[in-house]
Design a binder for this molecule. Sequence first.
Ligand SMILES: Nc1nc2c(c(=O)[nH]1)N[C@H]1C(S)=C(S)[C@@H](COP(=O)(O)O)O[C@H]1N2
Ligand SMILES: [Mo]
Length: 561
Amino acid sequence: MHDRTAPWASEGPGTVPPGPAVGAVAGLVAAAVALGAGELVSAAADPGGPSLVRAVGSSFIDRFAASLKDLAVALFGTNDKAALLVGIVVVSLAVGAVLGVAAVRRPWVAAVGFGAFGLVGALAVRADELGSTGAGVLASAVAAVAGVGTLYGLLWLAGAAPVVPRRRTVTPVPPDARTGPSPDLELERTERSRSGPGPDARGPGGLVARRAFLGTAAVLGAGAAGLAVFGRRLAGRGASEAARAQVVLPPPVSSQPPPAEPLQVRGITPFVTPNDDFYRIDTALTIPQVDLDSWRLEVRGMVDRPFSLTHAELLAMESVEQTVTIACVSNEVGGDLVGNAVWQGVPLSALLERAGVQDGAGQVVGRSLDGWTGGFPTGLAGDGRPALVAYAMNGEPLPVRHGFPARLVVGGLYGYVSATKWLSAIELTPWDDVDGYWIPRGWAKEGPIKTQSRIDVPRSRRALAPGPTPIAGVAWAPTRGISKVEVRVDDGPWQECRLGDSDGPDTWVQWMLAWDATPGEHVITVRATDGDGRTQTADTAPVAPDGATGHHRRRVEVRPA
Ligand SMILES: Nc1nc2c(c(=O)[nH]1)N[C@H]1C(S)=C(S)[C@@H](COP(=O)(O)O)O[C@H]1N2
Ligand SMILES: [Mo]
């Protein structure tokens, strides 16, 4: 009945260590089990906090965000996040596989390796503003133990252990195997060979061992994935969604109705961006979860009367509704990291007046629950532009991903210096004392939004029919407003476009031009002029350090008549 073809048991059970492939599979599965166990334990112990993988991801973002694309991206969009998490999992599994191969001959390597694995996770959770150190240590310890245990178990199943050193004389053993294991492990394995189900108890040899190994590995792998999914589910029941559902918005004392006549052009960007379509940019791999009973907004720093507000107190203050276009500094010319919403909230100026800003407090710093910061000159909060602690967006409580329960919205400033989401504190500091999150990462300290215009239609994907064709899009220069938008086709003259109604200078405007499309290839170019009469420059600048410039162009093809 002895099948001697199993590569790791060819000379008799238990005498020859399994090959590297077996070690790799065992190590990979062990790493998967470690990750799955870590997800589950962190989700159970600290549902609002990051898992080990997410915490490692967050430290990765904080450390490398600046260098990611040559300083050029002050953003972390949804896709970056998914890619980062997948990357961390893949690297972890690969490291597990390497540990598995090494552990075939040196079991201690697995213990050290998975220990280090756990330590990295624990340190990352500790460094994470959203993480509970206790939960992180627990999850890391469980993950490490689960990893080592799985690896040893699988190798044992595969016939690696127990290897009784005396018996190795039966087969030639590679030189490094002799020097490997620590005395303790030798002892333990010898012990196990006597008491536990030893080599012979594994019975009918290689084939069964291999089946048992592969079967167990598959089951454990699937189980690990299940643990991870279940853990995510558990963690997904964040406190914020539930809290948000309970929020009743007060009526604003003043509101700004959306403009009467949005332009009706098929494919044009709507004047108000629906919440679900609004771009999302932030460094948060785990969205800070909020329990409204304990959430506070602090106003502090260089103020005469620091105070903090409960959620109810914030909503009880007089609020206004204002339509404001916000944009990301990383928005490329023609890009879609820009949106326009009706924000309801408490004017920042009211909070600053109540606190009494001291002389020399040149900067308003918004602090997020996750430690992110953004700051802008204090004077801007009182120069007439909209500057709100916003708690509603387009008539709904602020969506969780857009900053629930409250965020800052400041007209005319890129989000990275102003639009702090998941707001926990507004801090007054001297201008030079604090640099917001992106400033040491290579971005300008002041971030006024540059005048921009974008072509929405026609799109360049399909050839157009010749004849009347609208050219349309949006243009923005928040705080200055848009006075004129012009389009040119090829090298033709700049033609002035029709503008839609705006809600004042802080929002974008829709624009359109009726074009009689002629057969052939054309390049359409747009440029806007702001309310101060300054026309958008044609000079191109990259997004770093303070926002892209240049004209948006689109090449279109018109079919023959
Ligand atoms: N807490 C926190 N707030 C943040 C950020 C962040 O990373 N963390 N990113 C800022 C940036 S760069 C932008 S462009 C805006 C985007 O806001 P939105 O995701 O609601 O569109 O949020 C800002 N507020
Ligand atoms: Mo941004």
